[in-house]
Design a protein around this ligand. Structure first.
Ligand code: SDX
Length: 378
């Protein structure tokens, strides 16, 4: 075993051998199972991409049909999960509600048979099917309303928007949402995927794995940044205020939300696709003043921080798209989770193939052999 120096944030330390996705952060390239993200965003659907990620190959037409049908069939959630959500405080964050609900699924599907392909497939189908339903259900429950039942005749993306708004979405909007899901489905060894793999390595159940990954995604340095970007753009308020806002952030060494990435030193390829999507949406449905602020901020940050490799990441333009789709700001990160379940499950399967429990070392920097101090002499 090779001893190596402590690296804060494990920067540059491989945590797994993986075939799921690939990032080249110097040129801004992302591939899922070897397929460029641009091609998937243009030609695939979220469920086809999820299949590719999880099973490692594109599905044949009948395999995709069976996968979609199974997922459609499992969209409903148990009434007891809905009842449990009714006990959640309505002021609670939807990511916390999702984490608790994902963990609760494990109570209902407690059989764990990690060497049974039927069990693995069943868990994949249930998680992909039920997570969107749980996100939409909490949105209604927290407003004191009954959840909207899923509709079997609608696609994965259209059904989610329907469950959220109780209205069948325009097909273009459903298509845009589906592309967003593709873009967020997987991204190598990010914090939540690492968390999923660590949890998976204990051979626990997939509901616990997804619950732990949801908790990790929620933080503002990871998936939670998309929500904070919208708050930040609103706080800036106008294009003229971009420069003073940035100066103030730099002077106080604060982070600009939606910018920077451990791996990308250029603009995130997903941000480029999302920006184009946002522009298409604005062309059809009317502009958004926040977009002008975002453009000005991107330019100002490139001037000040471009030499450090700080450019927009996936979270910078996603919120503007979601806002145009009528999605409440605090659902942005749960939506990231809906998509990322595909990546987490792909890594779960991969981890099981060559599992060894994660058990890194640490560098102890504390003291040794100290005496016990009695309470009265502390
Ligand atoms: C996601 O890992 C993934 O793949 C994640 C993700 C995925 O798909 O799973 O891509 C999704 O999580 C996107 C990231 C969302 N987070 C944010 O937008 C929050 C703002 N960004 C950052 O806090 C930061 O850039 C991180 C967390 C994304 C990356 O952190 P690192 O790699 O630990 O970098 P760092 O904080 O150590 O910063 C390095 C330098 C510092 O300057 P110096 O002290 O060296 O002079 O870059 C500066 C930082 O101050 N810097 C920023 C900045 N990001 C980095 N300065 C201002 N604003 C920023 N956003």
């Amino acid at each position: 075993m090779v001893a190596c120096e402590f690296q804060p944030g494990l920067e540059g330390i491989p945590a797994a051998q993986s075939q799921v996705s690939f990032v080249n952060g110097q040129v801004g390239k992302l591939e899922y199972r070897g397929v460029p993200i641009e091609a998937l965003a243009e030609k695939s659907s979220f469920l086809e991409t999820a299949y590719l990620l999880i099973w490692g190959k594109f599905p044949k037409a009948d395999d995709l049909e069976a996968f979609q049908e199974d997922i459609t069939h499992h969209r409903r959630i148990k009434y007891r999960i809905r009842d449990m959500m009714k006990c959640f405080p309505e002021s609670g964050h939807p990511m916390d509600a999702l984490q608790a609900s994902a963990a609760a699924l494990g109570l209902f599907y407690s059989r764990r048979a990690l060497d049974d392909p039927a069990y693995i497939r069943g868990a994949v189908v249930r998680l992909l099917a039920k997570i969107p339903t749980m996100v939409a259900a909490f949105e209604h429950i927290r407003k004191g309303n009954d959840p909207v039942q899923p509709r079997d005749d609608l696609s994965y993306a259209a059904n989610f928007l329907y469950m959220l708004n109780e209205q069948e979405p325009d097909p273009f909007l459903a298509h845009v949402f589906d592309i967003c899901l593709i873009l967020h489905a997987e991204h190598t060894m990010n914090a939540s995927t690492f968390s999923a793999r660590v949890t998976a390595s204990t051979l626990t159940d997939p509901y616990a794995i997804v619950a732990s990954a949801v908790g990790t995604l929620a933080g503002p340095l990871h998936g939670g940044a998309n929500e904070e970007v919208i708050t930040m753009l609103a706080e800036i308020g106008s294009v003229e205020k971009v420069q003073p806002f940035l100066e103030e952030k730099l002077a106080t060494k604060s982070k600009i939300m939606g910018f920077g990435h451990r791996v990308y030193k250029v603009k995130d390829p997903r941000a480029k696709i999302l920006q184009k999507l946002a522009e298409e949406l604005f062309a059809r449905t009317g502009g958004d003043p926040a977009y002008e602020i975002a453009l000005a901020l991107e330019k100002a940050v490139a001037e000040k921080l471009g030499s450090k490799g700080i450019y927009p990441n996936v979270d910078f333009y996603s919120g503007l798209v979601y806002q145009k789709l009528g999605i409440p700001t605090d659902l942005f990160t749960p939506i990231f989770a809906i998509a990322r379940v595909a990546g987490w499950l792909a890594h779960w399967r991969e981890q099981l193939e060559t599992n060894r429990i994660y058990r890194p070392s640490q560098v102890y920097v504390g003291e040794h052999g100290l005496p016990y101090i009695t309470p009265e002499s502390r």
